[in-house]
Design a binder for this molecule. Structure first.
Ligand SMILES: [Fe+2]
Length: 231
């Protein structure tokens, strides 16, 4: 997939594919930008050459190498501060608009997602990844359950930008859970013709296609995640 460019309310979002299947996001408003995650530097520098924006800061979702590996290079070259995911969950101003930092442990013990409520946009890192959720590594199923509920409670029109392109695998897994789900089949079909449109869905679309948003208990979530781990 090539870099996808979105205009959502007042934000311009460039979804830059990096490494094997990660995304970093250049988020722009009023002639300034922030970067979400920093798994690779060269693709970011190239994007900034063709789409020059002064970068205010880098916001990190969680401390996995594929999300942080080039933080230092980007920091050194562009002289920008980095927001560590250990920061307190609170609302701050980013690019002159509200950014609500939400704590969503589960994939990792410390994980933040960045919600821009006035723009109806969520950067979900590896908590919710187009059609599924991140693997439970050093967090717990209880934490992940509560984190996914926090996301579920956001407005349905929120457009979600996760940390990876796992859409095809995730939709195939969703079909193994609910073989007749027409929404899943349609999302998979859309992926073949317009991958970005299928990957960056709204929360309303996620609720219809993401089995991890359909569980009612921690135990159900843990069991579903175990099935996915060996899918
Ligand atoms: Fe991760």
């Amino acid at each position: 997939m090539k870099t996808a460019r979105y205009k959502i309310n007042e934000l311009e979002i460039l979804a830059i594919p990096v490494l094997h299947d990660n995304f970093v996001y250049l988020v722009c408003r009023d002639g300034r930008a922030v970067l979400i995650d920093a798994g690779e530097a060269e693709a970011v520098f190239r994007t900034l050459e063709t789409f020059p924006q002064p970068l205010d800061q880098v916001l990190i979702t969680h401390n996995h190498h594929d999300h942080t590996g080039c933080c230092r290079r980007i920091q050194d070259r562009l002289n920008v501060p980095v927001m560590n995911p250990g920061i307190d969950a609170k609302a701050i101003q980013v690019l002159g608009t509200t950014c609500s930092i939400i704590s969503t442990p589960g994939h990792t013990r410390i994980h933040k997602v960045y919600h821009f409520p006035e723009q109806a946009v969520l950067f979900a890192g590896d908590t919710l990844i187009n059609g599924a959720c991140g693997r439970i590594l050093d967090g717990t199923a209880e934490q992940l359950f509560s984190s996914l509920w926090k996301i579920r409670e956001l407005p349905d029109e929120t457009r979600i930008f996760g940390g990876h392109d796992y859409l095809e695998e995730n939709m195939n897994f969703a079909l193994s859970v609910a073989p007749d789900n027409a929404h899943v089949k349609a999302r998979l079909e859309l992926y073949r013709t317009d991958p970005a449109a299928a990957i960056f869905a709204t929360l309303a679309e996620e609720k219809k296609t993401n089995p991890f948003l359909c569980v009612d208990t921690v135990e159900e979530l843990a069991e579903l995640r175990r099935r996915k781990d060996s899918f």
